[in-house]
Design a protein around this ligand. Structure first.
Ligand code: SF4
Ligand code: SF4
Length: 331
C-alpha cells in the first residue's frame, strides 16, 4: 500500500496559484443542526438521532432579519442533519418565501415516515419549496449499504408521495435527486460519472420500475471530511484519496465553485465559505482575520465582507474532473 504524507500533497492554495475571491453573496446555506433520523456512512456532518445540536430561537430570528433585510439573497438553502427535524425549519421557510426567495430543502426523504413529520411533503408543496433529495443510487443494495436497511424502499415511497402532490411535474414544485458514489473501499478510486448520462439512467429506471419522475440529478463526490474522512483514515486510504482528487484537478471548475457566492451558517450563527469548512471549523473572517458571525454582519449591514475564500486539501474534491457542489457537477 502507498502511504502518502499530507505535507507532500500540494496545498490547494499553491495549486491554484492565486487567492480564491468571494463574489457578491446570493445564497444563504443554513445548517439547522445535527439531528437526523439516519446515520449514513458517508455523512460529512456526522449527523444522527442522538445528536442534539440545533439552531436556537435567537439565531433563527437573526437569520430571519438577514432574509428580510438583504434583497441580494436569492436563495435560502436549508440543510442539516435532517433540516425538517431541527428548530427553525418552518419559520425560515415562511420568512424566505414571504420575501420571494427560492427555498431549497435538502431532504433524506425517510423523515416523512417519522412520527410528527408526516405532513412535511404537503407543507413544502404549499410553500413551493424546492426539494433536493438524497437518493445515492437507483439500486437498493447500494442505497441500503450507505444509508441503512430499508432506506431505499422508504425513499421510493416518499418519491411517490411527492409525485402525487405535484413534485417533479408542476414547474413550481421542483424535485431533484442527489447521487453519491459508493465510498471507496480500496485504492481503485473513480471519479463521479457523467451527470447527464446518469440522469438519463436514473430517469429511465425510476419511471419504468416505479412510475417516478423528477427534474434533475446532481452528482456529488464523497468529500474527505467528517465520517467519510474517518472511514478513509481507518482504511489507510485518506491520503491516497486526496492524492487521487488532486491528480484530477480541473482548473475550469474554479469559477463555478459554490463557495464563491454563498454564506454557510451553522446553528450557532457562525459563518463559513461552505458546509465542509463548517465541518472542519474553518471560519470565514474579515480582513483583520476576525471570525464572522451573523450578528456581526447584521451590525455592519453588509453581507459582502469576506474577500478571500478559505481553502483546504479537500477543496480538491470540488475541483476534480467535472467538479462537485451541492448542485452537482460544475463543468
Ligand atoms: S447524510 Fe444526510 S441523511 Fe445521512 S446522516 Fe447525514 S444528514 Fe442524515
Ligand atoms: S471545499 Fe469546495 S466549496 Fe468549500 S471552500 Fe473548498 S472549493 Fe469551496
Amino acid at each position: 500500500m502507498t502511504i502518502i504524507n499530507l505535507s507532500k500533497i500540494t496545498p490547494f492554495k499553491s495549486k491554484i496559484n492565486h487567492p480564491l475571491n468571494k463574489q457578491r453573496i446570493k445564497v444563504l446555506q443554513i445548517n439547522l443542526g445535527k439531528r437526523c433520523n439516519l446515520t449514513c456512512i458517508h455523512c460529512h456532518v456526522e449527523a444522527g438521532p442522538k445528536r442534539t445540536e440545533e439552531l436556537s430561537p435567537e439565531i433563527c430570528q437573526k437569520l430571519i432579519d438577514v432574509i428580510n433585510r438583504f434583497h441580494q439573497i436569492e436563495t435560502v438553502d436549508l440543510t442539516g442533519g435532517a433540516p425538517e427535524m431541527n428548530y427553525g425549519f418552518r419559520p425560515l421557510i415562511e420568512a424566505a418565501r414571504n420575501m420571494g426567495k427560492q427555498v431549497i430543502v435538502r431532504s433524506n426523504l425517510t423523515i416523512y415516515f417519522e412520527p410528527s413529520f408526516e405532513d412535511i411533503p404537503e407543507y413544502c408543496a404549499k410553500h413551493q419549496v424546492r426539494i433536493i433529495a438524497s437518493f445515492p443510487c437507483y439500486l437498493e443494495d447500494n442505497v441500503d449499504t450507505q444509508r441503512g436497511k430499508g432506506v431505499y424502499n422508504d425513499s421510493i415511497k416518499a418519491l411517490r408521495i411527492l409525485n402525487k402532490i405535484g413534485y417533479g411535474n408542476d414547474s413550481n414544485l421542483r424535485l431533484d435527486l442527489v447521487y453519491n458514489p459508493p465510498i471507496p473501499r480500496d485504492n481503485n478510486f473513480i471519479l463521479i460519472p457523467s451527470q447527464n448520462r446518469l440522469e438519463k439512467e436514473y430517469k429511465k429506471k425510476l419511471k419504468n420500475d416505479f412510475n417516478i419522475i423528477f427534474n434533475s440529478l446532481f452528482t456529488i463526490i464523497n468529500m474527505p471530511v467528517g465520517r467519510t474522512k474517518k472511514y478513509l483514515q481507518n482504511k489507510y486510504l485518506y491520503f491516497s484519496y486526496l492524492e487521487f482528487l488532486k491528480s484530477n484537478y480541473n482548473e475550469l471548475t474554479l469559477s463555478h465553485l459554490m463557495c464563491k457566492n454563498q454564506l454557510s451558517i451553522d446553528y450557532n450563527g457562525n459563518i463559513y465559505d461552505c458546509d465542509f469548512n463548517q465541518t472542519e471549523d474553518i471560519f470565514s473572517t474579515n480582513e483583520n482575520g476576525e471570525p464572522l458571525t451573523i450578528k456581526k454582519l447584521l451590525t455592519l449591514g453588509n453581507l459582502d465582507i469576506i474577500k478571500t475564500i478559505k481553502t483546504a486539501p479537500y477543496c480538491y474534491g470540488c475541483t476534480a474532473g467535472s467538479g462537485s457542489s451541492c448542485r452537482g457537477s460544475l463543468v
